[in-house]
Design a protein around this ligand. Structure first.
Ligand code: CO
Length: 167
């Protein structure tokens, strides 16, 4: 998993044009990597693939229900946003830190599934936040880019400290 400040995380990904077995295999591998890394979502650009798809499992941390509600979003778009909510977010590309971000409280998204069928999904609170966070990755936007400059500065200072401790 690429970590900040890898510049590939800032690139705008291109649409998926073919949904085939190769993509389905990549999706399986991304779920494995996501569970291993204790995340609830992983976007293709985070693993160096500049394509518009993400995997999510909001119950990834719940051993009993992990895998029951896997979500794959291909070429997702946000159709509607409502309200606002402040949520503490983390990201596998910024390990060791968390930051508060203001997002829409409810979203309606449209995407393709692994069979190429279009579907819509409404999300509220955690689901809405996770959907917005993952879709942002496809546009090269990290949650820290949604924070105010001062908060972002503090968080990045903390992040560098965590990184140094790991070295
Ligand atoms: Co993320």
């Amino acid at each position: 998993i690429l970590t900040f400040p890898d510049e590939r995380l800032g690139a705008v990904a291109s649409p998926v044009e073919v949904i085939d077995d190769e993509l389905r295999e990549t999706v399986r591998e991304m779920f494995d990597l996501m569970y291993e890394s204790k995340g609830i979502g992983l976007a293709a650009p985070q693993v160096g693939i500049s394509k518009r798809f993400v995997v999510m499992d909001l119950e990834a941390g719940d051993e009993e229900h992990q895998g029951e509600n896997q979500l794959v979003l291909i070429n997702p778009t946000i159709v509607r946003k409502e309200g606002s909510i402040v949520w503490e977010e983390g990201c596998l590309s910024l390990p060791g830190v968390l930051g508060k971000v203001k997002r829409a409280e409810t979203v309606l998204i449209s995407a393709l599934d692994l069979e190429g069928r279009e579907f819509e999904l409404a999300g509220h609170e955690l689901t809405a936040v996770a959907l917005q966070h993952e879709i942002d990755h496809l546009d090269g936007v990290l949650y820290i880019d949604r924070m105010n400059p001062l908060q972002k500065k503090f968080l990045l200072k903390e992040y560098r400290k965590v990184e140094e401790e790991e070295d």
